[in-house]
Design a protein around this ligand. Structure first.
Ligand SMILES: *Cc1c(COP(=O)(O)O)cnc(C)c1O
Length: 299
């Protein structure tokens, strides 16, 4: 039974006080409202993948992630929802399972742990088939849902975005969501991709490679607000998230969307945008990732 209602993805204006009114509009597309776990962009990257796996008669989906991966837990829940078996190949060995891995298991995902070195082979199909030899009819979803189904699925987010926006802001992990959107949105809409890791500019290659002809235009990556690296944070970021919640009644996640909003506000203050800019931010979800800092957040 598939129970995601995409009408829950509303657009919420950000309080003018929060950004000082230096742009004409700053709104948030609340994809985080879709589902507590298969939230945000993960649903869009997975829906065509799993639909295809079912239609083509595969019995099991297999995918990849680390112990804190939003993609892994979203896949576990989506597979359960669609009634297909799933395997998660996990990077690193864990003596104690993380919350995310426990949730994956509870959703019925079979976990296979491999070392960080072995994990480097995540694109080696023969190795994957070997690892999961006791499962048949495997459909492989790459890490982060970064395949054509994922990109095309992410492009479906364009249905929530009208022409009046001049800029679209989105967090990037693999760049799959940004790529899907750039392939669908009108070229005149500028896409800003916020990388939550150090030197996120390396993602340019994947993105450019997967943009269809004529679409490699009017997008950029911003990697200035990583707070020390992927998954890293400090008290200032927590404080920022609490302030944002108090002002806008909207939760942000500590890995992706908080860093994007932090950077975006700096950019607005620094005059990056013209005063008539209309900016739509995409809330890509990931809120379950806040579990580790729950006692430090007001939500
Ligand atoms: C996975 C994730 C992203 C990154 O998406 P990509 O398509 O891999 O770039 C962004 N935000 C959140 C909250 C995520 O969980």
């Amino acid at each position: 039974m598939v129970t995601i209602d995409e009408r829950k993805a509303i657009i919420q204006p950000i309080a003018t006080d929060w950004y000082g009114g230096q742009v004409a509009a700053l709104d948030m597309l609340r994809l985080d409202e879709l589902h507590p776990v298969i939230s945000g962009n993960k649903w869009f990257k997975l829906r065509l993948n799993i639909r295809h796996a079912l239609d083509a008669g595969f019995k099991t989906v297999v995918t990849f992630g680390g112990g804190y991966s939003n993609h892994l837990i979203a896949t576990a829940c989506a597979a359960k929802m669609f009634g297909i078996k799933c395997i998660g190949i996990v990077r690193g060995r864990y003596d104690v399972l993380t919350r995310a891995l426990i949730d994956c298991k509870d959703a019925g995902m079979q976990l296979i742990f491999v070392t960080k070195e072995e994990y480097e082979r995540k694109e080696d199909t023969a190795w994957i088939r070997d690892l999961a030899a006791h499962f048949d009819e495997l459909f492989i979803i790459p890490e982060g849902g970064a395949n054509e189904w994922g990109r095309v699925g992410a492009g479906l987010i364009d249905r929530f975005i009208n022409d009046s926006y001049t800029h679209i802001a989105v967090s990037v992990g693999t760049g799959t969501t940004l790529t899907g959107l750039r392939n669908k949105l009108p070229h005149k809409q500028h896409i800003l991709g916020f990388a939550p890791m150090k030197q996120g500019a390396y993602l340019k290659e994947y993105i450019s490679e997967h943009l269809r002809e004529g679409n490699n235009t009017n997008w950029q990556l911003i990697d200035d607000w990583h707070f020390g690296g992927f998954g890293k944070w400090n008290d200032e970021l927590l404080q920022f998230m609490n302030d944002f919640y108090r002002t806008n009644n909207m939760p942000l996640d500590i890995v992706y969307t908080s860093k994007m909003m932090y950077g975006l506000r700096q950019m607005i203050t620094n005059g990056f945008f013209a005063t008539d800019a209309r900016v739509l931010c995409i809330h890509t979800g990931g809120l379950q990732g806040n579990a580790s800092v729950k006692d430090k957040l007001v939500y």
